[in-house]
Write a protein of this length. Structure first.
Length: 219
């Protein structure tokens, strides 16, 4: 599913965010990406979203070399990837329904399909009864569940999450991680960047530890 070979990313004068990273994540895996701040976790996720391009080496997803994608191909590729942020990134003036259906609306998906799919993913995260609520009316855990529903709306084959429990208390963090585990059980590949070792231990999935932009054994 995901493969990097000799992947490096530098900024400025030879400052490496990633250095010669070789990594394979199989289709349907649930993998944690961990390591100290500055280890390269977010850079790798940005490369996987094609928000950045490699300085050296290759990163492929589903056999596609991301560095070679045209602008149109990048947009098509991103429709197959769901992304979940630490700070939710919901639009305050839009309802839960509007936040989740936004991408489908932009893509011109028929209204009836938007409605059906939005209800389905909100039911999947336990929030189908909050369709008309606004983000400010939701708890932090509910907002993150809406963000996960939005990431699922296009039925992605890959979910990327960058510190998705960073703003949540321990109980809500476990709840969110259980959701990711359920999503993975349906066949979706899941890659979660996190500092929270207790969640990693509790979830019991494979761990890739980054240190100075390189993969190594967990500390």
């Amino acid at each position: 599913m995901i493969e990097t070979r000799g992947l490096s990313k530098t900024y400025g004068r030879g400052v490496y965010a990633l250095r010669d990273l070789t990594l394979t994540i199989d289709k349907g895996e649930f993998v944690f990406l961990t390591g100290p701040s500055g280890a390269g976790k977010t850079t790798l996720l940005r490369l996987l979203l094609v928000q950045e391009r490699p300085t050296e080496g290759e990163v492929t997803v589903g056999g596609r070399n991301l560095a070679r994608l045209t602008a149109a191909e990048v947009q098509a590729y991103r429709r197959s990837v769901g992304f979940v942020f630490q700070d939710f990134k919901l639009v305050p003036r839009k309802t839960v329904f509007e936040n989740v259906s936004f991408v489908m609306r932009v893509l011109g998906t028929p209204v009836e399909v938007q409605r059906r799919r939005t209800y389905q993913v909100l039911k999947q995260v336990g929030l189908q009864h909050r369709l008309q609520a606004y983000p400010a009316e939701l708890s932090g855990g509910e907002q993150q569940r809406v963000a996960i529903a939005r990431a699922l709306a296009n039925e992605p084959s890959l979910i990327l999450a960058d510190e998705p429990t960073g703003n949540l208390d321990p109980d809500l963090s476990v709840e969110i991680m259980t959701l990711f585990r359920d999503i993975n059980a349906s066949g979706t590949t899941v890659l979660v960047a996190t500092h929270d070792r207790s969640l990693i231990t509790l979830t019991g999935r494979r761990v890739v530890h980054l240190e100075h932009g390189q993969a190594g054994a967990p500390a």
